[in-house]
Design a protein around this ligand. Structure first.
Ligand code: C2E
Ligand code: MG
Ligand code: MG
Ligand code: MG
Length: 279
């Protein structure tokens, strides 16, 4: 009987594995050439000032629509793009698109908006990264301090000197550095100081429970105080309700981002988003 169970368990395991592997294989296959086929679009989610509700900037979030697979979420394709190295050209496309959009947005609105772009660990292994960013900035005439890169603690955990050097280079150029998803990894205060971060983004999972659980509220409160004492500004991710916004304002949070204000939207919609606010 044990033998039979073992065999069943084994065949069940391979079946599940097959589904996962097939999906992965399909995604990887379609990911090759997706750039050339123009299947990506950068969406933007506004980040707002808590004090007056004005727009401070936006985070660039990549969308992929493939004829065979339909819409694939970043949580599914970004890890595969990372593992295959395809994130290097894809990430460059995001940087290019974001800066050219920012230039258009600033001109149209006559406002000093910021753009925040996510950077994956693998992108740091690209020797050309810094030169590429410099060129993209000068091509679009964007002031480096209007560009922000969001990285997660995972990037710092790798502990490679080329990462330290790249982060230092970005800092020297005047580009802002933001710690994404704070609180989900091995958050370390020493990292924030050591790498001269400018922004701390509190992960959505803490904002979720902020009005319901005292522990979450206390944690967010302490995080904001700590970030401020280190000279960082704080962005709360995943704000979905007015009550969360009110509480975050009381706790001294600087900026907010979330479905309560807007989902990530295409460039032209963000241009209009601002327009309606002004008129
Ligand atoms: P992230 O950088 O932490 O981005 C925030 C995610 O939270 C986005 O998911 C956004 O759509 C979602 N979000 C924002 N507000 C709310 C809210 O109020 N409620 C809920 N439930 N969700 C909210 P998205 O766009 O699916 O991206 C997922 C992750 O994929 C990102 O997490 C980021 O790590 C990665 N990613 C997306 N675009 C890029 C990219 O261009 N390059 C790299 N390297 N990673 C990217
Ligand atoms: Mg992010
Ligand atoms: Mg995040
Ligand atoms: Mg995330």
């Amino acid at each position: 009987q044990a033998k039979a169970m073992g065999r069943n368990a084994y065949s069940f395991f391979t079946k599940e594995m097959n589904i996962v592997m097939t999906r992965r294989f399909e995604i990887e296959g379609q990911l090759h050439g997706a750039l050339e086929r123009n299947e990506f679009e950068v969406y933007y989610q506004p980040q707002l000032n808590v004090k007056d509700g004005s727009i401070m900037g936006a985070e660039a979030l990549l969308r992929w629509r493939n004829p065979m697979l339909g819409n694939v979420t970043p949580d599914e394709f970004i890890p595969i793009a990372e593992q295959t190295g395809l994130i290097v050209p894809i990430g460059k496309y995001v940087i290019e698109q974001s800066l050219s959009f920012l230039s258009e947005w600033q001109t149209a609105s006559q406002q000093d908006y910021m753009i925040a772009v996510n950077l994956s660990p693998r992108q740091f292994r690209d020797n050309d990264l810094i030169e590429f960013i410099k060129k993209a900035l000068s091509d679009t005439n964007i002031n480096p301090d209007h560009l922000e890169f969001e990285i997660t603690e995972g990037v710092l955990m790798i502990g490679k000197s080329y990462i330290d050097e790249a982060l230092l280079e970005l800092h020297k150029l005047g580009i802002k550095l933001s710690m994404d998803d704070f609180g989900t990894g091995y958050s370390s205060l020493s990292y924030l100081r050591q790498y001269a971060f400018d922004v701390l983004k509190i992960d959505r999972s803490f904002i979720n429970g902020i009005t319901l659980k005292k522990e979450d509220c206390d944690l967010v409160k302490a995080t904001i105080a700590m970030a401020h004492s280190l000279g960082l500004v704080v962005v709360a991710e995943g704000v979905e309700m007015r009550e969360q916004l009110t509480l975050l304002e009381d706790l001294g949070c600087d900026y907010v981002q979330g479905y309560y204000f807007s989902k990530p939207i295409p460039a032209r919609e963000l241009l209009e988003f601002k327009h309606t606010k002004n008129s």
